[in-house]
Ligand binder design. Structure first.
Ligand code: SF4
Length: 424
């Protein structure tokens, strides 16, 4: 295993030296790029002054999944990408500083919460967005009631590889939020949202996207074809994996594709893991850090390769792909692949893993949707007054940090909404 995946790379002296490089910009561009709205320049200032406890309290009180974020937040695409210091030499290593704090200081006894004297709010989904919303609502005196039939914590506890994000790290966040900020948990699945409004003054939907997108090509029914998130859940849960053989083809170019590719390669370095992607390297949606890791550990890539058919008798023997040329950009800003006629070739494989995206379960038929996800307005409100939504179920799949940020903003919007209702 690569050491940097688990072990924080900075000791106290290096952390202070790193914080001393901060320019404490008056407009803190790093903070504007943080979807969870962390007060970055303030905690760096405290670290610079060696007030580690104060800095830890500050990050702990502003982010429900702060321990988890210290391990997997793609800061190079977020806060660090906007850091002014990069114009002089290199951006401040914000994630390592906050990781140092959360790994080394426990501040849970600092809590001083107001009485829970406001309304009950129903939160559907116990992942990062739902628990972040509960965390913020409780700080304002509301009674968050979380509906979650499965394990609390969502993707970080269920799917991210243990060697990249140990379960105990996310458990610290979940125990903290669940123990202090959730009024009640209901172990049930909510399929319709309107009945909840008879009991709760507001509802927040944060179910995430739980279904995997199907690939509709010939041969998909062959033995040896698997779904990526399903395999990731098995690996995280310590279950036995099916025999994937020695040459595994992963179809897709997003974060799930990279997560399963890197996980399978790390588990068995001798086998060949190939990513088969219809666009080019610079069009991949996956985090650059994960793409770099894939290259480092020996994952191979077939770019500009459009899957046409999974071939084999009853078991997977390979995949037929066409080569693609990349033409002008689509609405996502990425280059569109166009099939080159008569360019097909077969990549021999022992198994195929589909990682081409995820979609919403068929729930909440009463809500308006847009592009397959729940439609919300600028106040995070859905087409039904009093029903709010955030996280992947709204943005189609983004970072844990974005999910936390959505939960945070939605809590504020719910508070504004309920205040207005009280004033009427
Ligand atoms: S942008 Fe960089 S230098 Fe400026 S306050 Fe943020 S971390 Fe410090």
């Amino acid at each position: 295993m690569e050491k940097s995946l688990i072990v924080s790379m900075m000791d106290e002296e290096r952390v202070v030296m790193e914080a001393e490089r901060c320019l404490f910009c008056y407009d803190a561009p790093c903070e504007k790029k943080c979807p969870a709205h962390l007060p970055i320049s303030q905690f760096l200032f405290m670290v610079r002054n060696r007030d580690f406890i104060g800095a830890t309290k500050m990050v702990r009180s502003s982010h429900a999944f702060i321990n988890t974020a210290g391990y997997v937040c793609p800061t190079e695409m977020l806060c660090q990408s906007a850091c002014t210091r990069a114009k002089i030499d290199s951006p401040i290593n914000i994630r390592e500083i906050h990781r140092f704090l959360t790994d080394n200081f426990d501040v849970e006894d600092y809590l001083s919460l107001p009485p829970m004297d406001k309304e009950e709010v129903a939160i559907i989904g116990g992942g990062p967005s739902g628990l972040s919303c509960a965390f913020e609502l409780r700080k304002m005196g509301y009674k968050p009631v979380v509906f979650e039939e499965g394990e609390l914590g969502g993707i970080p506890v269920q799917e991210i590889f243990e060697e990249r994000l140990p379960r105990e790290v996310t458990k610290k966040d979940i125990d903290f939020v669940f123990g202090n900020f959730v009024h009640e948990i209901k172990r049930e699945k909510v399929k319709e949202v309107k009945p909840l409004l008879d009991k709760y003054r507001a509802v927040f939907i944060a179910t995430g996207l739980t279904k995997e997108t199907e690939l509709e090509i010939k041969g998909i029914e062959l033995k040896g074809v698997y779904k990526a998130r399903n395999l990731l859940r098995k690996i995280k849960g310590g279950e036995n994996l099916p025999d994937l053989g020695e040459r595994i083809g992963i179809i897709g170019g997003g974060n799930v594709a990279l997560e399963i590719a890197n996980t399978l390669k790390t588990l068995s370095p001798d086998r060949e893991v190939l990513i088969i992607y219809r666009r080019g390297l610079t069009d991949m949606k996956a985090f650059p850090e994960e793409i770099e890791r894939a290259k480092r550990i020996g994952v191979n890539f077939y770019f500009q390769s459009i899957p046409e058919e999974i071939v084999g008798e009853s078991n997977v023997a390979g995949i037929k792909v066409s080569q693609a040329k990349l033409i002008k950009r689509d609405e996502s800003g990425r280059r569109k692949p166009e099939r080159i006629e008569k360019s097909e070739f077969i990549i021999p494989l022992t198994s195929v893993v589909i990682a081409i995206g995820q979609k919403m379960e068929n729930l909440f038929p009463e809500l308006e949707r847009a592009k397959g996800v729940v439609k919300i307005d600028e106040n995070f409100m859905t087409s039904i007054p009093g029903v709010f939504a955030g996280g992947d179920v709204v943005n189609g799949g983004d970072t844990i940090t974005r999910a936390v940020g959505d939960g945070k903003i939605a809590a504020r919007k719910i508070d504004e909404y309920l205040r207005r209702k009280r004033d009427v």
